[in-house]
Design a protein around this ligand. Structure first.
Ligand code: HEM
Length: 506
């Protein structure tokens, strides 16, 4: 079903409503007509540019996500209308002005309504909690799990899984291997170990990683349901699909296993399960069993999928850019020659590697559509980029997103924004970053990524460990069209198989 079919469907329903001889339908006719007229002509958002039909019904935006075009379509719309603000639904705007970032996401900013749907059977997670009386104390608990000293505790576990990753690549040396699966297994092993103290056995091959497949079906369903606002309140009570159920059941099973272990091992859930922590005001526990389930579900989505898709895309970029690959290898070689270690700590100082990872987070971000927010009831005002004399005003209670892809590829902030040029971050081409405020790969503010440092640790060490021993080239099975066709943005990207060869360095 594409936009044309949706339009045809809408026209058919409208025709039925308008031509029906049944008298009751006339009140529906009046209501529909008035709603459409109000949305088209009298909405406070009517003056913002954007496709007319999108202003009439959210279904058009939903269709972009159903077809997996998501953040890429938003970028096209900004370009097509040559506007920093476009109307993408009756009560929703997409904004790519860097000046809006701090204003929109500052303090306890209102979260967008779609988060409601990601609750598991009605229970909140850190990410879905729109009420800061809940989110703030929960966030403190989550942050305790990611302090520097906790990250140090996790370091040997991360290094253990990186060494397994190296073994996996050694086994497939010289043959074509699917990097997507390798990366999914790698990050899943880390996530399961650090969150649930479990050996998921993905890299050992003792278990098959079909979590990710379920997860993407889950995300594809969630993004559609999350945008069907009139149904949101009913969502926890509506039947869910078998895929959604299966995904939730798997997260619940992992959590149940973790609960049995109590405090015998330090991991992320050690903090969430701690009975000593004070619950938020008005609650008897910090997390109910349902809320723990919901947070476990979040952990699987946030902790695994984002990092694996970024890494996989980065490996493709390196296979396509031998010069960048060589520079990275040179840096790793020099680091080792001067006595540096390939460890979580040792790889932190690799300047070019950090630049390459920054560039991957900018251009190959796993959340191209950005974060759902809403304007405060009094509305949102921000200066217009490049003309601070002028201001933009967005009325109150409007759903707004700042698409990561559109803002992080904008030429005004990142010249040659759609090219992969790590030098913009390495001090060799400072003009490549004209406005660093537009670099928001991990989000911004109260809900920004709590796992950022862990993600960076994983990526830096995996990259250095692999490039020390191997070069990367695209395999014969790699097909550019297939890669592009397989690439979907369901608010979190889903990417296709990436066939490459890891060739031993000579
Ligand atoms: C490349 C890797 C990653 C990227 C680009 C990334 C990006 C993001 C972004 C943009 C958000 C904000 C989401 C929102 O406001 O709705 C977020 C939130 C979050 N991330 Fe990450 N993330 C990554 C890896 C991780 C890892 C490895 C973990 C945990 C181990 C993690 C845990 C979380 C959690 C728990 C939240 C929710 C925070 C809150 O709502 O307060 N992320 N991440």
């Amino acid at each position: 079903m594409d936009a044309a079919i949706l339009t045809a469907g809408a026209v058919a329903i409208a025709a039925q409503v308008y031509l029906s001889p049944i008298p009751e339908v006339s009140s529906v006719k009046v209501l529909v007509t008035l709603t459409l007229i109000r949305r088209a002509l009298f909405s406070p958002l009517s003056s913002f540019p954007g496709p007319r039909l999108y202003g009439l019904s959210t279904l058009f935006k939903i269709n972009l996500y159903r077809s997996g075009e998501g953040g890429y379509a938003l970028l096209d719309l900004h370009n097509k209308y040559n506007s920093d603000i476009i109307r993408i639904a009756p009560n929703e705007l997409s904004v790519r002005d860097v000046e809006a970032i701090e204003r929109l996401y500052k303090g306890k900013y209102p979260r967008g309504t779609p988060y409601d749907v990601a609750k598991v059977e009605g229970s909140e997670s850190l990410n879905t909690a729109r009420d800061y009386r809940i989110h703030t104390p929960w966030r403190r608990v989550w942050e305790r799990a990611f302090t520097n000293s906790q990250l140090k505790e996790y370091t040997p576990r991360v290094e253990h899984h990186v060494s397994k990753l190296v073994d996996v690549i050694r086994k497939g040396e010289g043959q074509e291997v699917n990097v997507l699966k390798i990366m999914e297994n790698f990050v899943f092993d880390i996530m399961a170990d650090l969150s649930f103290a479990q050996d998921s056995g993905m890299q050992d091959g003792t278990r098959v990683n079909d979590y990710m497949e379920f997860l993407h079906k889950y995300m594809a369903a969630i993004v559609i349901l999350g945008n069907l606002r009139p149904l949101l309140a009913l969502m926890p009570y509506l039947p869910v699909s078998a895929d959604v159920k299966a995904h939730r059941r798997r997260c619940q099973d992992m959590l149940a296993e973790r609960v049995k272990l109590g405090k015998t091992r330090k991991d992320i859930f050690t903090h969430l399960l701690d009975p000593e922590i004070d619950p938020p005001a008005g609650k008897s526990t910090m997390f109910t069993p349902g809320e723990l389930d919901s947070n476990a579900n979040l952990m699987v989505i946030a902790g695994a999928d984002t990092t694996s898709s970024t890494m996989t895309q980065l490996f493709r970029e390196l296979a396509l850019n031998p010069k960048i690959l060589k520079k990275l290898q040179q840096e790793v070689d020099e680091h080792c020659a001067s006595g540096g270690e390939i460890s979580v700590e040792g790889t932190k100082s690799l300047a070019y590697s950090n630049a390459v990872i920054n560039e991957a987070l900018r251009l190959l971000n796993p959340l191209p559509s950005g974060i759902y927010a809403a304007t405060p009831p009094a509305g949102l005002t921000f200066p217009v980029f490049g003309d601070r004399e002028k201001e933009t005003f967005i009325p109150g209670n409007v759903q707004v997103m700042i698409p990561h892809l559109a803002i992080m590829t904008d030429e005004r902030y990142f010249p040659k924004g759609d090219e992969f040029i790590p030098e913009r971050w390495s001090g060799k081409w400072d003009e490549g970053v004209l406005d660093r405020r537009a670099f928001i790969p991990f989000g911004y503010g109260a809900h920004s990524c709590v796992g950022k440092q862990l993600a960076l640790n994983e990526m830096r060490m995996a990259l250095a460990s692999i490039l020390k021993e191997w070069s990367i080239e695209l395999g014969e099975k790699y097909d550019e069209k297939q890669w592009k066709d397989g690439f979907k943005d369901y608010h979190v990207v889903k990417i296709g198989d990436l066939w490459v060869k890891f060739a031993p360095r000579t």
